[in-house]
Ligand binder design. Structure first.
Ligand SMILES: Cc1ncc(COP(=O)(O)O)c(C=O)c1O
Length: 392
């Protein structure tokens, strides 16, 4: 075998999300894309807002700035992010707290590389985005899963039970992919208090990594609680992939709490890791484009309409789920209990969804509704027929 056994194993167990995406491409070739209802990937169909295009054109007309830069990113862009984030998080930040990254994925990788020793563990709460497993493994760590509560909140006692002296961090993701759950402020307080106590007990700082690419995609007046406000040893990883509909542009940032333990080393470490992981720096043109777009997003009202349409129609048919407070995902209980079975039945209707086991949560399936309204409308008869067949 020419390639590494580890990568060979990873490829054979590769992501359900990607598998469904590939099946979708085959079906589209066979039946035409208008006859396939693809809810597999969190790839926003909405166009970026007009101000994004205006800012991009302005940035592109500036011929001087295509050179290497400090690995942390342009200082003026980091200042702009810090100014916005200080208000949002109620903690004063400067450009020293911000590193520009290649999306949230890049941010997660540089913080994990910075803090993990071989054999360390990182805890996440299920259901969760399972790329975390690969990201931890990339840097010699292991992802340990703690099951969330039945209503998809964090189970702080389960997280506490998973902590050992090898625990370097806990990753949370709110609004959550795949459940759409926003963790309440009370839970964040409880988690922070527990992490402070366990850090003292184990004699080791346990960092809280908050993965927040969906922060702006929330409904019904909900706000996502500040993380920095509650826990000093916290790091935010995020991107503009989802809220500006630009995942292919790979732009995001990482923010470190100004009072984090070992702050100078932590920041210097992430800057070094941005370089040595080969990212070098976040894309220059995109940094300049997003600098003045802090707080801007696509029209979240459109996602709310899509959520409401899907929620109303699926509820009427008899599907069961918790109405999501944010993201563009609906996490539905698998009728009959078997997530692979419903995914298969839906596939026969040319509807592509992802089984819950792809998020370490069997018994559910995920619908990514960041699609055109016509895809949702066209899929409804198929959802109904698939449910009928399972209930027979
Ligand atoms: C929870 C979560 N974190 C991180 C990412 C990666 O986002 P990015 O495109 O910014 O790397 C995704 C993408 O789907 C996600 O759902």
């Amino acid at each position: 075998m020419a390639i590494s056994e580890r990568i060979q194993t990873m490829m054979s167990g590769s992501s359900f999300i990607r598998k469904m995406f590939e099946t979708g491409s085959e079906l589209k070739n066979q039946y035409g894309s208008e006859n396939v209802f693809d809810f597999s990937l969190g790839n926003p169909s909405m166009r970026p807002p007009d101000v994004f295009n205006e800012s991009l054109l302005k940035a592109a007309s500036d011929h001087l700035h295509h050179a290497y830069m400090p690995n942390a990113g342009y200082p003026e862009v980091r200042t702009s992010v810090a100014r916005f984030l200080s208000k949002e998080q109620h903690v004063p930040l400067t450009e020293k707290n911000i590193i520009m990254t290649t999306g949230a994925g890049g941010a997660l990788n540089i913080i994990l590389k910075t803090i993990l020793n071989p054999g360390d563990t990182v805890i996440a709460s299920t259901p969760c985005f399972m790329e975390y497993k690969f990201y931890c493994d990339n840097h010699g760590g292991t992802l340990v899963l703690a099951e969330g509560t039945e209503d998809f909140n964090l189970n702080v006692s389960a997280i506490e039970a998973a902590i050992t002296p090898q625990t370097a961090a806990v990753i949370i993701n709110s609004p959550n992919n795949p459940s759409g759950r926003v963790y309440p402020e009370e839970t964040i307080k409880e988690l922070s208090a527990m992490l402070s106590r366990k850090s003292r007990d184990t004699g080791r700082t346990i960092y809280l990594i908050s993965d927040e690419p969906y922060r702006k995609i929330v409904y019904d007046g909900i706000t996502v609680p500040s993380i920095l406000d509650h826990y000093n040893n916290s790091v935010i990883c995020t991107s503009y992939s989802k809220d500006l509909s630009i995942p292919g542009e790979r732009i995001g940032w990482l923010a470190v709490h100004p009072e984090a333990d070992d702050f100078e080393n932590l920041i210097s470490g992430t800057i070094l890791c941005n370089r040595i992981l080969g990212y070098v720096n976040a894309p220059a043109l995109m940094q300049r484009t997003i600098a003045e777009l802090q707080g801007v997003s696509v029209d979240i009202g459109q996602y709310k309409k899509k959520r409401d349409l899907l929620v109303d129609e699926l509820q009427k048919m008899g599907y069961r789920f918790r109405v999501p407070e944010g993201t563009f995902y609906l996490f539905v209980k698998a009728p009959g209990g078997d997530d692979l079975k419903i995914v298969d039945e839906l596939l026969q209707e040319r509807i592509l969804v992802v089984p819950g086991r792809g998020f370490s949560y069997p018994g559910f399936f995920r619908i990514a509704y960041c699609v055109k309204d016509s895809v949702i409308e066209g899929s409804l008869p198929g959802f109904k027929r698939a449910l009928k067949r399972i209930e027979k």
